[in-house]
Design a protein around this ligand. Structure first.
Ligand SMILES: C[S@@+](CC[C@H](N)C(=O)[O-])C[C@H]1O[C@@H](n2cnc3c(N)ncnc32)[C@H](O)[C@@H]1O
Length: 229
């Protein structure tokens, strides 16, 4: 288990997602009351892509963000290092291209895509600077990088509700499904992830400009977007 709460080595992260792949979609829908589809749609809006755009969805998991991109007519590649998560993605959307790859060393050339997205994945990168630099590298200049992530609300009443939800309900749901380690890691990983301004600064270091972000769902969800310099 992690020495620091919310931090796992790369191999442990991959093994954890391989283990929870079968319950991931169900728990996502229960934990967000189905709202995650709306957040993904907003992420795709921010990517400013459409029919014919080539888009890479990094840490695609079971593929929901890639599926939303394809629904808008994009040519999508979904990439993830967990083969088990990809099995579920391929079962949901056999017509899409899902490939195994590490976000910290993406197996794609420079400027290959018009945009890159990552949904609830950046938090798990063992090296955030490197993961975001890789996303910027594979996107052409002027193309967008979009990050959809859970963030910690600072103001009550949401901050109080959030503590109860994340510290009590989420780990309890994890225990119910036999995945207590993964669903205790989740709140801890959110807590240690940079806040919106700090994440924007990391994006700038990664080679992005015109960075902005939107907080939604009462400040629980942050959507960041930047353009490749
Ligand atoms: C919480 S899931 C998110 C999945 C999906 N993007 C979604 O929106 O539901 C995080 C995903 O990130 C993947 N992941 C974490 N670190 C990664 C890395 N370094 N390279 C590739 N995938 C990674 C995990 O395997 C997992 O599928």
């Amino acid at each position: 288990m992690a020495a620091t709460p919310g931090v796992l080595e790369e191999g442990q992260v991959r093994a954890m997602f391989d283990r929870i792949a079968g319950v991931y979609d169900l728990l996502n829908s229960v934990m967000t009351a189905g709202l995650h589809h709306r957040w993904r749609a907003r992420a795709v809006d921010l990517a400013a892509v459409g029919p014919g755009s080539r888009v890479l969805d990094v840490a695609t998991g079971t593929g929901d963000l890639a599926i939303e991109l394809a629904r808008r007519g994009c040519e999508v590649v979904g990439s993830d290092f967990s083969e088990e998560m990809l099995v579920h993605a391929r079962a949901k959307a056999p017509q899409l291209r899902f490939e195994q790859g590490n976000a910290l060393a993406l197996p794609y050339g420079d400027d290959e895509f018009d945009a890159a997205t990552v949904g609830f994945g950046a938090r798990n990168f063992s090296d955030l600077d490197r993961g975001l630099s890789e996303m910027a590298r594979v996107v052409r200049p002027g193309g967008r990088v979009v990050i959809l992530e859970i963030t910690t609300p600072t103001r009550p009443p949401l901050s109080t509700f959030y503590r109860v939800w994340f510290d009590r309900v989420v780990p309890a749901l994890g225990r119910l499904t036999g995945q207590s380690q993964a669903y205790s890691y989740l709140p801890a990983s959110v807590r240690r992830f940079p806040g919106p301004a700090e994440l924007a600064a990391t994006m700038e270091r990664a080679g992005l400009e015109r960075i902005r972000w939107i907080l939604t769902a009462g400040g629980i969800i942050a959507l960041h977007v930047g353009e490749v310099r």
